[in-house]
Each structure stands twice: as structure tokens, then as C-alpha cells.
Design a protein around this ligand. Sequence first.
Ligand code: URP
Ligand code: ZN
Ligand code: ZN
Ligand code: ZN
Length: 483
Amino acid sequence: MTTVIKGGTIVTADLTYKADILIDGDKIAAIGPDLSGDEVIDASGAYIMPGGIDPHTHMEMPFMGTFSADDFDTGTAAALAGGTTMTVDFCLPDPDQGPLDALQTWFQKAGPARTDYSFHMGVTWWGQKFFDEMPKVVDAGINTFKHFMAYKGALMVNDDEMFASFTRCAEIGAMPLVHAENGDVVAFLQQKLMAEGNNGPEAHAFSRPPEVEGEAVNRAIMIADQAGVPLYVVHTSCEQAHEAIRRARQKGMRVFGEPLIQHLVLDDGEYRHPDWDHAARRVMSPPFRDKSHQDSLWAGLAAGSLQVVATDHCAFTTKQKRMGLGDFTKIPNGTGGLEDRLSVLWTKGVVTGRLTMNEFVAVTSTNIAKILNVYPKKGAILVGADADLIVFDPKATKTISAKTQKSAIDYNVFEGVEVTGMPVMTFSRGKLAYKEGDVRAEKGDGRFVERSANAPVNKALSTWKELTAPRKVERTGIPMSGV
Ligand code: URP
Ligand code: ZN
Ligand code: ZN
Ligand code: ZN
């Protein structure tokens, strides 16, 4: 059974051209004019793009005394409806739980996934067992390790632990990720604000100012440089963080930055909303920033100093958010966005002229496929690549509303935003997984995507570090002592 998508315009990270696409099984079999197949999909007037890859989601995440409300079933349904065909979630070992053991739990959780998926391994604690098991995690197909520099007393790791883990990553050809905020300062500011009676959701933003993020990004970059490993900074939300990444890249360091669609379009005015629920629903870390930071993030995407737009989809219901009534430090941190990432980015980015269509594909799919070392299986429209494709109608419009979303929560942080341009069909490994409001992929259709270590950027950096490593000078003469 073959399928041909006819009459559309293919948009990739580097090309825009008219051609048909033939899908055979789960792969792209041919690209060219006048192709035929058993089933024909008419894509006249639409763009065909690689399916979105969201490298930052938290399904059913155990966090702050509860679990995020979207699991791999509802969360990946939302992903497909939004044109995303692969998600990367975070496997988070309990204190002293071995990473391989935790991985079994996350494989179980991901059973109902409708999209393909992978995991980052959270380095939630440090010790010999973690060190020993890291190469086995890589053997299991995971080449990225996440470090939380915040959430003191819970997920946070200290600098010495981070340096040891980054060094281990360098040895095994893996890449560290960081949630970069100075956790000690955040914890102090939280206590101070609470003591002053500042206990509403707006205090969440006051407890995590941009400088606190900028400092941590600089620190993580320094530690990665000393360990000789590339670095990926998740949810880059402000100019201070972007500036650190930009400067490091300018110096030849291998650092990647990931703004979220939320930070690109929503600002800290949300926390001043008179309705407690409205403000609490938008509590995430880092918090939404003053609008001025948005220009920096958009410019970074256009300039290439920031590479990926993700969501950090970590959805909590209003009821869960109310766990923090009277104490903002107990509001579960996280917002949704998976279903809206592409249409909002297109509307606020491509329609406005901030991004080209090709840059849109780069930051939603191709760049992260390369960083995760799954390109061109994912993130490409090439013969032999997985047929993860979206049919994107640039004229289609909708008003975002929780009433029509696939996510399990009872609100949407983009409620009321009018989008122009959205995916109308999503193909996941050759199968029509979503069409015009209807998720067709079954629970469990998703497959684990193995990602091997020693990506090109790891190899290049380790070669350079070896070449420029300190070397003892072999001297020809040694002065006589005391003369
Ligand atoms: O507030 C957030 N971002 N929640 C999810 C966990 C994390 O820090 O990524
Ligand atoms: Zn985070
Ligand atoms: Zn609002
Ligand atoms: Zn996250």
C-alpha cells in the first residue's frame, strides 16, 4: 500500500519547491513530479513540511507533589493535532534510583504514545551508580543527560556534581542539557517574598529574575567548556541567557539554546491578572518575562544564535494549580503548548516576517533532529527518511480554545489567540495520524527512537579539545639550582 501526496509545495530547512511525495510503508520512497500511488492525498495550495519534533515535554511527570495531567496518550494526541510527530520526554530517577531502573518506568509510561518518542535522562542525583550506568543508558539509545540547576531540595544538582556528570558525558559521547537558574538564589528569594506576605502567583516571577537565569547559563557554559562537552540550554527565556549563549558560540563553543513558544509570545503581565487562577495557570520556570526579552529571542532564532523552539509541555489542571493557594512556591510549575507550537510560531513568526518558512522548519524540526543525532531519519524530507510529514494550510484559521483542544487540562495559556496557518494533516511514519480535528493514530502507535552517541558535534569538539589540551613542554636544558 503506497500513498502519494500530490500538488503541494515542499518546504524544508533549506529548500522550497513543488513536488509530489510517495510514501511506501513508513518511509519516503520518492520525491518528484507526477508520482502515482495506491492512495492519493490532494495537497494543492498547502505546504508539506517535516513533522515537528518537540524535544522538551513532561508527560505524567512526578513533580511538586502531583503528576502533570497529560500522559503519553493525551499528550501525544495533542502533539499530532499540532503537527508534532516526535516528542522527547524526561526520565527522572527518584533519589538513589538507578537510571536504568527509572528508564523501565518511563518505557512503561510511554506505552500509549501515539507519536514516536525518545527520552533525555535526568541526572537527578550523583553517585557511583549513576556514573557506572551512564554508558548503559547510552547503549539503550539515549544520548542526552539533563541537569536541573534549580528546584533546590528536589531535582537540583550542584556544580561539582554537574562537572562530574558533564565530564562523564564527554567520555561517552553524550550531551548534557541544563535547566539554568541559580537554585540557591531562587530558594532564598522565595522565602523572602513569602515572609513579606507576597504569596500570590506574581511572586513566582519576582523569585526568578532574568539575572538568575543568565548567571546559571554562564556557569553551565563554563563547566561544559572545562569538561570538553557540547551543551544544550533548555527553555532559554531572556536576553541575559541568550547573551551568554551568543557570546559562547561566538567564541567557538558548542552551545545550543531553546526558547519556548510561550516565552516568545506571552509576557509577565499575565501574572498581574486580577484572577488568581489565570495567573497561576501561567506559572512555569523560568517565568514569562517582560516583553522586551521577546525581541531578543526572535532575533536569536533569525540569527541562528538560538536553534530550537520547544514547549516544555508540562500541563497541570486548575485544581492542581490551586495546591499553591496562599503559597506561590507550591503552585505546580508548568504550562501546556504542544498542540499550539507550530500554528502560533507560524502566525507570530512567519506571517509577521520575523522568520522565513525555511527557518520555521529548521527551528521546529530539522535543527533539533541534528542536535539529537536522529537526522535525516527525522527532520528531513528525503528519500529513505521516516515519512513524518505535515500538510500545512497557510490560509486555515482558528481561535485557540481549551474547548477544542486534545490536552487533558481545562484551560489553554493561548486561549483566544487567532492563528493563521495550521497543520490540517499529520503523517506519522507513513500513516495518516491526524486529519482536520480528528486524531487517527491509535494509542501505542508511537515507537521509541534510538539516538546514538558521538554525534558529529561531539566528535568535532573532542578532536579540538584533544588538539588544544595542555601539554608539558619537554625542555632541552634545565638551569642548575641556586645559580
Ligand atoms: O515550569 C516548568 N518548566 N516545569 C517543568 C519542569 C521544568 O523545569 O522543565
Ligand atoms: Zn526546566
Ligand atoms: Zn492573559
Ligand atoms: Zn521542562
